[in-house]
Each structure stands twice: as C-alpha cells, then as structure tokens.
Design a binder for this molecule. Sequence first.
Ligand SMILES: [Zn+2]
Length: 497
Amino acid sequence: MDQVVDRIIEREHNLLNLLQDRTPVVETYLQNMTQDPQLGPVPKNDRYFLGRMDLSKSIDRKDYMKPQSMEKRLLGGFTKFFKVEYRPLGFSWMIVADRSDFDREHYDFRYAHREFLGEVRCLVFDVTPRKNAGKGRFLGRIWVEDQHFNIVRLNGTFAPRPRSGYFFHMDSWRLNLVPEYWVPAYIYSEEGDFSAGAKNQIAFKAQTRLWGYGLKNGSEGELTQIRVDSNVRDESPTAQDAPPLQAERQWQQQAADNVLERLQHAGLAAPEGDVDKILQTVVNNLELTNHIELSPSVRTRVLLTTPMETFSVGNTIVVSRGLIDVLPDEASLAMMLAHELAHIVLGHNAYSQYAFNDRMLFSDESIYSNLGFRHTPAEEAAADTKAIELLKNSPYGQKLDSPGLFLKALQASAPHLPALLTAHLGNNISEKGTVTRMSALINSAPALEANKLDQVAALPLGGRVKMNGWDDRIELMKSQPVALTSARDKQRFEGSK
Ligand SMILES: [Zn+2]
C-alpha cells in the first residue's frame, strides 16, 4: 500500500503539470436554503459566480462578471445578525486536495477498502493532515482508480477552520476526459443541518462545474482551426454577387457566426452538436406548421452556463444549458424556442454591428459588457404574442398545459432565485420576481399541486445535459428518470448531487 500511496502522489503531481497552462471556465451556482414545513429545505435566495481558473502557480481565478454586480447580489438576503461573504475562489479549491504539499510529509494516508464508483474499480483512502502540517489542509477521503492510481473523487473539507470564516464541506468528482488522466469536473458543496427544526447560521447547497480545459488563449492550434472554418465558408456565393436582400441576410449571418465563434472561444457556447439537432427539430415543427421559410434557415446553439436564458442573433437561437435542464418536456422547450423564432420572424434581430470583426476583439472576462442581445419591452411583448400564435398552429398547440405549469412553478420560485433568473446576454425571463416571458400561458395552466407526485412542473438543475469539460461538447443524458417517492423529491430548479 505504501507503493500505491507513492503512485497516487506522483499521479496527482502529473495532473497539476497537465493542467498548469490550462485556464478552465469555473461556474458556481449556490442556493441558500430555508425550511418549508411541507417541502423540507427549499431555496431562500441564490448566488452565481462565473470565471476562468488559472492553475499555473497557485489556484487563482478571474471573474466574468463585474465586481459591482456581484456586490449588489451580496447585499441581498442577509440577516441583521450574521453576514456571510462567499468567496468564489473557495468553491474551486477542492479540485485538488492540496496544490503545493500533497505528500507524506504533510499527510497520513490510511487504506479503507475497495469500492466501485459506477463502473470504475477504486481503492479508498482516508487522508488526514499530520501534526503541525499548517493551515487549510485537506481532511477527508479519496477514491483512486486501480489502473493508474489517479484520484477520481475527493470528499471532505479543509482543516483547521480559520477563526473568521468557514471551510465548506465538498464532494469533488473527476472525469476520465484525457487518456490516463482524471480531470476535475464537478464539486458539490453543502453546509448546514437540513433536519426539521434545526437552526442554522449558514445553510446552502452549491454546485461548481468546470469546463473549457481545451481552450487555450491565442494558441496556434486554435488559430489554424478558425482559418480552416473560414475557408469552408468561402465556398458560398460572395456578397458582391448577391442581390441586395440576400447580401443583407449574409451580413446578419456573418454577425451571428462571429458572435457564436466568440462565445465558443470564451468557453460560453458548446460546439455544434447533437443537442442542437434536437432543438432544431422542435424549431422545424414550429416552422412547418406555420409555413415559415427562412433563409438562411434557423439554427440553434447551446450556452454552457446555468442561468436560465435564451436569445437570438441573426437566424441563430441560443438556449442556456440550465434552462434545458429544468424544462420538463418538448412542449415547454417549444415555448422557449417559439419566443425567439418570433423575434426572427418579426425582424427584431438587427445586430449587424457584430459583422465587424474588430468588435470581437476583447478579453474573455469582459464578454458580458461587449455582447448583448436585449430587446425593448415592446418587442418582448410582440414576440410573446406572435409565439403563442406559432404554438397554437403547431403540434404543441394541444399540449400547452405543461409549459403553463412550468411557468407557474417558476413564478412560485422566482422571488427566491434572482441569480438563476438573471440573463447575461438576452432578456430576463422574469423581472423583479415576476415571470414576464410568455406569461399569458400561466392563466390557462392547471393548478400547481405540490403533493401530487405525477405532476412534474419543472426539473432539477444538472439532470439532463451532460458536458465534456475538455472539448465542451454536450449530449443529453440517457439515464431514466427516477420515480419520485415524496413531494420533497421534486427539487424544482434546485441543484442536486
Ligand atoms: Zn425576447
């Protein structure tokens, strides 16, 4: 076992070497919890952090959102007696046990047992800091696969606890995304006592996701790839030869292509893939039954982020991963896509400024202040009206109960989920705690029944879209939904382990 421990330590150092020039995207979505007598722990309010991580010297990060906007959110929801300031960096610490001193000098390793994690055969060790090992050392358990002895899971906290703060408890998972390496992908953190009647100073659940390991700022590989792409596009008729209307459309399409390429480069959009085909099918169903023929044809893409949002640029509709996760069925997805299709049909998407490439030259961290696809309230209302018309003519016209129910459930949770409902590129789905998007469908929806187990109005976050953190490709999970046994299992809009 001593040899195994040596190998684990060596592999952990190899992993840090592999990751030292990588700057993955790191996203944390956190919900502060409170007790509901009927539903158990439910979200009270929420926070969102998004940035890029730098693993070269220490664990460091740069944030995508302005400090001010974060500050505003920090002020919400504090009790008078106790103040918690979440430091986003804290949630990313547990991607490794110890950045600088993961060795026998600082830690004792005790073999516990063998165990399967899914289909991966693992050795399990308890890891404790040695006496006088210093502050903020890992304390917990590691799972190590028995082929190369890479750590695949870490569970525990850091110790000793500092006098003026907390180290959170975390469960950190890695995925075998590169041959022979297991890369940090997901961290679940939780603090507080969720049993009935418990009094908590602090009670939250948070999920941290990492992706974009394959992104390399300004690397040669990526530049070549962009050049290859633009050569392919050169085969289409050139703008000079095209009649004016077609030239205008190509110009808008150029803007859309620039925007999506830039978002993908910043780690915010998934490359084109199978999930797009599914979204595309739903859009086609809406178009066919409404006799809509657009050129260039409508395309769809997925944002990799959690906050629920949609937007469109040119004839390309973009939907966030978090929104796809929580939508209960195809009709609800159609509702969200219909709103954007309506903007396209009504000619609201005039973003030709992005056809100029100089407007794409900014740092990844400033992307939210350089790109924006927001419509006026009048355009939003017009798109909603048009979208309902499109839906009623479509195969989804007979299935509008579930989209309505989804919006009703969202309305019930909206006042507690401002961060999940803050769009960063498009329009908000709710304003000041009231759902505004497609809200006419709420009135005709059936009543929300918390105790009715077969009424699934919305799904938890993280249960539908699977992400490959190395190449940012996504797919839908194949797992069958687990049967609910109590109303407390519903976890609408919540993060689950
Ligand atoms: Zn809109």
